[in-house]
Design a protein around this ligand. Sequence first.
Ligand code: DC
Length: 212
Amino acid sequence: MKIAIDGPSGVGKSTLAKAIANEFGLMYVDTGAMYRMVAFYFAKNNLDYRNEENLKKFLHDINIELSSDAKFFLNGEDVTDFLRTQQIAQISSTLAQFKSVRDKLTALQKKIAMTKNVVMDGRDIASNIMPNADFKFYLDAKAFVRAQRRMDELGKKNFQECYEKILQRDERDLNRKISPLVRVSDAIFIDTTDMDFEQVRQKVFDIIRTGG
Ligand code: DC
């Protein structure tokens, strides 16, 4: 079984994907974390990530592995705990615009999708990585709700700052030239603005159990 989940930042894709993986015995592949790993590498080594030539120069030094318990290894080092900061989020949404970065990561994602039963979340999963997925979900929510959720997740106090960061990432994710965030026509659309996680989980589990 293959399940694709797409949607904008802060909509709750990863929490849902983890729950699906547990319930239905699938591997969870967090593709956003892969972009974050590349971002972490560039940030840690103080390298310029805004320039495609420079990205290309260093990309082949980056080796990404996922363990079966959802840990992320960058060149053999477990970096799972360093990926979910606002700085890494911003860098990852910038470098995700570049072809060389996308080519490297999408090849890896397609390879995993071909060989495993997975639930994969990201921006281009149904449109590009798993167009033949058994279930395609597109989650959305109003930006102010997503900002509030991000604020709670990261323990931040400044709503305005979180809100602006979400809007900036939406702008980059929706408007980039290569594989922007899109809702494919056969995706099951769920607006989670007025739903709590339990309601979303219930709805999605019911759809999977009853075959859509
Ligand atoms: O889902 P996330 O917030 O962890 O993703 C981080 C960034 O990576 C996001 O701003 C856009 C990019 N991304 C992407 O371009 N394509 C994906 N499939 C997943 C993430």
